[in-house]
Design a protein around this ligand. Structure first.
Ligand SMILES: [Zn+2]
Length: 250
């Protein structure tokens, strides 16, 4: 896959243990995009890390995330079929860099809103929410992106890209006002009814929303919290979510 087919950034995540993604899947056609712009953070030292394959993660995606050649990952793990990884599978990533979020921007006219959620849990990952949403009968992770809070082996501010984004599918995160078919759902891990959004999570959220907004020409007024959607009866993403700070940063 060509470098020009994705857009990503470098975020200084020193990985100890990372739970992530992946199962084979059909993805929508990516937009042609310039090479990713590295975020101006110091790159962490490289080292071997353990990665748990999360929903939607492929070997290609994991190799881009850690800036490690796919062949090196295949060799380190004795992978026989590189096109088939299991969710929750543990992989050794040799000589991994800090995590580079690989956020593909697809051509689409359907995305008119961005809805911010919190997980209302103290901890969690895309893999965890994929399981819990499956149990609710939502056909897997309902959001398009998850921004981690440094729990369950993830880094603070790590952006996980969900299968619904990779396949450009409707979300399952906000039924009110028919938002599931027109809104990109981003979930920050944490409960912001009684805690505060960390700087790392906020930086990642601003970075992600900014890029999505530019690409899909989504006006600022259409970037809303779940609880601000007409018909939604929820406090999500929590009374402590810093709306004015967030909007000022966009
Ligand atoms: Zn919500």
């Amino acid at each position: 896959m060509k470098k020009s087919l994705y857009i990503g950034i470098l975020i200084p995540f020193v990985m100890l243990f990372s739970s992530c993604v992946t199962a084979p899947m059909q993805t929508a056609t990516p937009a042609l995009y310039p090479a990713p712009t590295p975020v101006p953070f110091p790159a962490p030292a490289r080292g071997d890390v353990i990665h748990l394959v999360g929903p939607g993660e492929t070997l290609w995606r994991i190799s881009k995330m850690y800036d490690v050649n796919a062949q090196d990952i295949i060799r380190a793990n004795g992978i026989r079929n590189p096109s088939f990884l299991l969710k929750g599978q543990k992989l050794i990533i040799p000589h991994a860099s800090g995590i580079v979020p690989v956020v593909t921007l697809y051509p689409s006219g359907k995305w008119k809103y961005i809805i911010i959620h919190h997980s209302a849990t103290d901890s969690g990952t895309a893999l965890d929410f994929d399981r819990s949403h499956n149990n609710k009968g939502w056909r897997g992770l309902g959001y398009h992106f998850v921004i981690d809070n440094g729990t369950k082996g993830k880094q603070k501010g790590q952006i996980e890209v969900a299968p619904r984004w990779l396949k450009q599918q409707n979300g399952s995160h906000c039924k009110a006002s028919g938002m599931n078919s027109k809104a990109i759902g981003i979930c920050l891990v944490g409960n912001f009814s009684n805690e505060y959004v960390s700087a790392r999570q906020m930086d990642s959220l601003v970075w992600l929303v900014d890029r999505l907004r530019r690409h899909y020409k989504i006006p600022l007024k259409n970037v809303v919290g779940h609880g601000q959607v007409r018909g939604a009866r929820t406090e999500c993403p929590g009374k402590n979510f810093p709306w004015s700070k967030f909007k000022r940063a966009l």
